[in-house]
Design a protein around this ligand. Structure first.
Ligand SMILES: [Cu+2]
Length: 152
């Protein structure tokens, strides 16, 4: 009986320690361009059960998420963001979801998925098969310079 009590106490202590340790913060890269992307990405991340905060920076393209590891894992968050149309390091958005994004939000998809194939990242007009180079950017009515597209 005494032994049983002892192991019970041990287990509950272990459980307590684990649940405290499972508050995790992760940051990873998410493709996007403007303030609209920011709210979409953060909304998608926050919609995942267990996520307590999500903050995406449009300049660094890094999202920082805090979540309870007992309820969720970072993989689910990647997936939710990809489902909203934004590529992450782990998950790529479906083409049809990406295509449905606002014109201003059509980020350059080469960035994350084909980094190695795209050495040099040329900014020449129309040479890119995807037509998503900065120079061919359309829909914002301005130069397409990434920094100035924040007002979209
Ligand atoms: Cu956007």
């Amino acid at each position: 009986m005494y032994r049983k009590m002892l192991s019970l106490i041990c287990f509950s202590f272990l459980g307590l320690t684990l649940s405290v340790a499972q508050n995790a913060t992760e940051s990873f890269k998410v493709s996007g361009k403007c303030g609209m992307c920011e709210s979409r990405i953060e909304k998608a991340a926050s919609s995942v059960d267990g996520v307590t905060s999500a903050d995406w920076n449009k300049d660094s393209k890094i999202i920082e998420v805090s979540f309870n590891g007992a309820n969720t894992n970072v993989h689910k968050i990647h997936k939710a963001i990809a489902n909203a149309g934004h590529d992450t390091e782990m998950h790529k958005a479906k083409d049809e979801v990406y295509s449905a994004l606002h014109g201003c939000c059509k980020y350059n998809r080469v960035d994350l998925s084909q980094k190695d194939k795209n050495k040099g990242h040329k900014h020449t007009k129309g040479s890119d098969k995807n037509g998503k180079t900065h120079d061919s950017h359309s829909g914002c009515g301005h130069s397409g310079d990434q920094k100035s597209s924040s007002g979209c």
